[in-house]
Design a binder for this molecule. Structure first.
Ligand SMILES: [Zn+2]
Length: 161
């Protein structure tokens, strides 16, 4: 038996102003998108903003439905929209922001497992680590690449593709 310890680094910023301007802009766009979320059932509003290699920023937010599984998270809404509008374009970074009961929720936004898998796919297509910016009221957490959030992820190579 062999035991291996995995390590990863995250950056934690105490305020928006500490981040590079492009990241600040992306977070503000994610916050704006969260305001427009359709979340009548959970009241948990999430916004996401994706910065593309061509400089475009594409946003999305969570879309709920009375038939719960029919809804979609903000991160996937934004990334699918980005891919449908600009197919093949590099995705450089994604910011995710949450609002609960109109106040920026504490801690920080955390993508669900399905969204992490989708981020991973677009990261593979982009060929560079996607910078993932997780907004929160007391801190902003930044990770460089999806492997930090989804180690041992499923890849198309696992299917022999
Ligand atoms: Zn999700």
């Amino acid at each position: 038996m062999k035991e291996i310890q995995l390590e990863f680094k995250i950056k934690i910023y105490q305020s928006l102003e500490e981040l590079p301007l492009s990241s600040q802009n992306l977070i503000l766009k994610a916050r704006e998108a969260a305001q427009r979320a359709y979340a009548p059932y959970s009241g948990y509003r999430v916004g996401a903003a994706v910065l593309l290699g061509n400089g475009e920023v594409v946003t999305g937010n969570n879309q709920e439905n009375a038939a719960y599984p029919s809804g979609l998270c903000a991160e996937r809404t934004a990334m699918f929209y980005a891919s449908s509008r600009f197919p093949g374009e590099t995705m450089c970074s994604i910011a995710v922001s949450t609002i609960s009961n109109s106040a920026l929720s504490g801690k920080f936004a955390k993508p669900c497992g399905s969204c992490r898998q989708v981020i991973a796919e677009y990261e593979d297509l982009s060929g560079i680590p996607i910078v993932i910016i997780l907004d929160g009221s007391s801190a902003i957490t930044v990770v460089n690449g999806i492997d930090t959030l989804l180690p041992f992820r499923f890849k198309k190579e696992d299917m022999g593709k």
